[in-house]
Design a protein around this ligand. Structure first.
Ligand SMILES: [Zn+2]
Length: 57
């Protein structure tokens, strides 16, 4: 059964090495566009652009 509300768990994946580094929540109603954020990637050992994916590992 789906939970109440439109919040969705998404993962943030490094756009360079494709490693999943962060888990976050987003609100489907307010967020039409895909989330993109710059965060530190421990695999690249520097800040990279991270993109959201609904595929959780
Ligand atoms: Zn990376």
């Amino acid at each position: 059964m789906a939970k109440k509300g439109a919040r969705e768990i998404v993962a943030l994946v490094c756009s360079v090495c494709k490693n999943q580094n962060y888990i976050t929540e987003r609100n489907k109603i307010n967020m039409e566009k895909k989330l993109e954020t710059k965060k530190y990637c421990k695999h690249c050992r520097k800040v990279q652009l991270h993109k959201e994916t609904t595929k959780l590992k």
